[in-house]
Design a protein around this ligand. Sequence first.
Ligand code: 5GP
Length: 104
Amino acid sequence: MSTIFGKIIRREIPADIVYEDDRVVVFKDINPRARVHLLVIPKKEIASLFELTPEDKDLMGHMMLLLPQLAKAQGLNAGFRTQINTGEGGGQEVFHVHIHLLGN
Ligand code: 5GP
């Protein structure tokens, strides 16, 4: 089931996209909680970490390896925070896997 993030991937609604490749899109959170607040999402529509399968290993590894590169590109050389909310009990609001990347 597609979400608002699916619409961003398909360019059906606008977003401030800072990085894109064949597997991933990265854009600014619409309601930033820090100077830098990016959302790193896979193009594959996976609802949450609960729905990951072994075939997603490379994709998730790719996302993890991107984080420090994105942080440095945003000037976060001293460090950054990441967050993945999972399921309603974890405070997840958009059911498309995403990593929050935050820093000041
Ligand atoms: P969650 O609570 O699911 O981990 O976080 C969802 C995040 O998506 C929130 O930080 C929220 O501000 C952001 N968000 C929700 N809708 C949109 C949107 O349409 N565009 C952008 N850029 N961010 C959104």
